[in-house]
Write a new protein. Structure first.
Ligand code: HEM
Length: 183
């Protein structure tokens, strides 16, 4: 299934209908200026885990580059443009992670941290019934993010198993091949 079609299915399954898309769009003026702050807290959290610290700090300049990539990713959550290009970018990010050995056991708890940081800010910035709609919309888009990420991991694994039976190596190699094909 193409990325854009998959996104449509996920929007239907999570119920990210027009009013929730609108809710996310309307959060953009609050959320966008928070992106650098969330990025800082996010990499601070990742750096406290020895394994993730090693992945992030083993390459000079990597974390500095990631602050910006993460902030751009974060702002896009509130863009209101959930189309084929959005889905393709997200699945591409999934492959980049698979290629560098970041696994779902790293990624999924990290998504929880993004949720925690964001919900804390929303609680402070919004009031009353607005909060519930904002939180529900945000949870829906994060569920979609996880599903797109997992699907791109499965694609990488399926591709990689053509070359090796070793699961870890297959994930990395499959992601490398798919990223190369997409260039
Ligand atoms: C909510 C979770 C996460 C988000 C939103 C996120 C976001 C991103 C983005 C946007 C990129 C750039 C992708 C590209 O080049 O197209 C990236 C790359 C990367 N991320 Fe993450 N990430 C997450 C979790 C993690 C975790 C848990 C790790 C573990 C250490 C990690 C390590 C990396 C590494 C090593 C790269 C490649 C950097 C490079 O190009 O050298 N990420 N991430």
């Amino acid at each position: 299934m193409k990325a854009g079609e998959l996104l449509q299915v996920l929007m239907r399954r999570t119920g990210l209908s027009e009013p929730y898309q609108q809710a996310l769009r309307s959060l953009e003026p609050i959320a966008s200026p928070l992106a650098p702050e969330v990025a800082l807290a996010f990499y601070d959290y990742l750096g406290r885990d020895p394994e993730m610290h090693e992945i992030l700090w083993s390459v000079p300049g990597r974390v500095e580059r990631l602050y910006r990539s993460f902030a751009a990713w974060y702002r896009e959550l509130f863009s209101g443009q959930y189309d084929e290009r959005y889905a393709e970018r997200r699945m591409h990010i999934g492959l980049v992670h698979a290629r560098v050995g970041v696994r779902p056991s790293h990624y999924i708890p990290a998504v929880g941290i993004v949720q925690e940081l964001t919900l804390e800010h929303l609680r402070n910035a919004l009031r009353g019934p607005e909060i519930l709609a904002a939180m529900t919309a945000f949870e829906k888009i994060m569920a979609i993010e996880i599903a797109l990420m997992q699907e791109s991991y499965l694609n990488a694994l399926t591709e990689g198993l053509k070359y090796t039976r070793d699961e870890r190596a297959a994930l990395v190699e499959g992601a490398r091949v798919l990223l190369e094909k997409a260039r």
